[in-house]
Design a protein around this ligand. Structure first.
Ligand SMILES: NC(=O)C1=CN([C@@H]2O[C@H](COP(=O)(O)OP(=O)(O)OC[C@H]3O[C@@H](n4cnc5c(N)ncnc54)[C@H](OP(=O)(O)O)[C@@H]3O)[C@@H](O)[C@H]2O)C=CC1
Ligand SMILES: CC(=O)N[C@@H](CCC(=O)OP(=O)(O)O)C(=O)O
Length: 335
């Protein structure tokens, strides 16, 4: 049994991960934590989220005594916190000998990219260089060996799952990714842009969203990425237009996506575009593609739940892989 502490457990990704770990037969929750000054300190998680009615653990303020308890009792920490909070906490827990699964963007890019894309200088360059990008369906060996796993962002997960298998078939033109996210992607804290009357389908972060360099880094080529905010709670649909090299056949695309043939949580369909409702509240990714061979034009659409495959269930896959529990333990019956 591995004991996992969750920091940021009152937030959307943290609470979702708490539920997944609570239901896992080989993992236990060491504790649930919020900031030292949190308004939710000491409340049981099921008071905030009645749907998780059987999780009565309290949200503990992350004071020094809580840090000491985590270090003494936990095998690993999941950081479901803002980027700058994660930079510091990850370093402290790694220094104390724990494994860290960070759901923020704090350890995904190169250090020189942080001022431009995140607005701060990264203070943990050595740790950043040692971190592993936890794209669970593509980097299992690295996740086993690393002690700091950077769980990918939600849009990059949807985009990279669609694009990485066909990477070798892509022409020089940049893939164009248009993606729509539900409002839970912005987190639980109140803000005007995510308030009920303000949300109306619109593009944002145009030509300057931090997930563009993340996708480019882990795809190995630049992309055009435009996120949109939709007036629904959960899910991401990324529809990607890709020019393929001359003479690429339908068969080659089918062969490339065969990499998912044994993957119970990723389905690929030719000519059937995925729907959000089929993946929301699940750890699944559904891909659908269609190819116009004379124009070398591929359209691939990728649907995930941003809080599951885009955050918590992928974090759980990383934990499972790291501790060799079976990648889909707690996510797929009998896995
Ligand atoms: N939402 C999504 O779809 C996705 C989010 N992510 C990333 O995951 C991280 C968490 O996101 P999300 O769950 O949406 O965020 P939320 O805003 O919903 O939750 C943030 C959590 O962090 C806690 N917190 C804030 N400051 C501190 C601190 N100093 N120490 C300890 N805990 C703190 C908050 O509680 P309190 O303020 O009460 O202390 C809360 O529990 C972010 O980095 C986000 O970018 C990644 C993929 C998808
Ligand atoms: C709708 C919405 O606001 N989505 C978030 C993406 C959340 C995410 O994936 O988080 P990371 O910051 O950890 O990469 C955004 O665009 O910032």
């Amino acid at each position: 049994m591995k004991n996992i502490a969750i920091v940021g457990a009152s937030g959307y990704t943290g609470a979702q991960l708490a539920q997944l770990i609570h239901n896992h037969s080989l993992l236990a929750l060491q504790g649930l934590y919020v900031s030292a000054a949190s308004l939710d300190a000491h409340k049981p998680l099921n008071q905030l989220y009645p749907a998780y009615s059987d999780i009565e653990l309290p949200l503990q303020p992350l004071e020094q005594t809580a840090m000491d308890a985590i270090i003494a009792q936990a095998d690993a920490v999941a950081l479901c916190t803002a980027h700058e909070v994660s930079v510091t906490l990850a370093a402290q827990f790694i220094e104390a000998g724990l494994s860290v699964f960070d759901l923020s963007g704090a350890y995904r890019l190169d250090s020189n990219e942080y001022p431009q894309w995140y607005g701060f200088e990264h203070q943990q360059t050595q740790l950043l260089n040692a971190a592993c990008y936890g794209l669970a369906d593509f980097s299992e060996n690295d996740i086993v060996d690393a002690t700091l796993i950077a769980v990918p962002g939600c849009y990059p997960t949807a985009s990279l799952t669609a694009l990485k298998p066909i990477q070798h078939l892509i022409d020089e033109q940049l893939p164009v990714i248009n993606a729509v996210s539900g409002v839970s992607g912005a987190g639980r804290k109140a803000s005007l842009t995510s308030s009920y009357c303000e949300v109306s389908l619109n593009a944002y972060g145009v030509l300057n969203h931090r997930h563009q360099p993340e996708i480019a880094k882990y795809l190995g080529q630049d992309v055009v990425f435009t996120p949109h905010l939709g007036n629904f709670k959960r899910g991401i649909l990324a529809t990607i237009s890709v020019k393929l090299k001359a003479n690429v056949s339908v068969y080659q695309i089918e062969q490339a996506y065969q990499c998912f043939s044994d993957n119970p949580l990723v389905t690929v369909a030719q000519g059937v575009m995925p729907k959000l409702d089929d993946v929301v509240n699940t750890p699944r990714c559904h891909l659908g593609w269609q190819y116009d061979q004379p124009r070398q034009q591929l359209i691939v659409s990728s649907a995930i739940d941003n809080l599951m495959k885009g955050a918590a269930s992928q974090a759980l896959q990383c934990i499972n892989i790291h501790y060799q529990l079976g990648k889909n333990a707690g996510l797929v019956k009998g896995a």
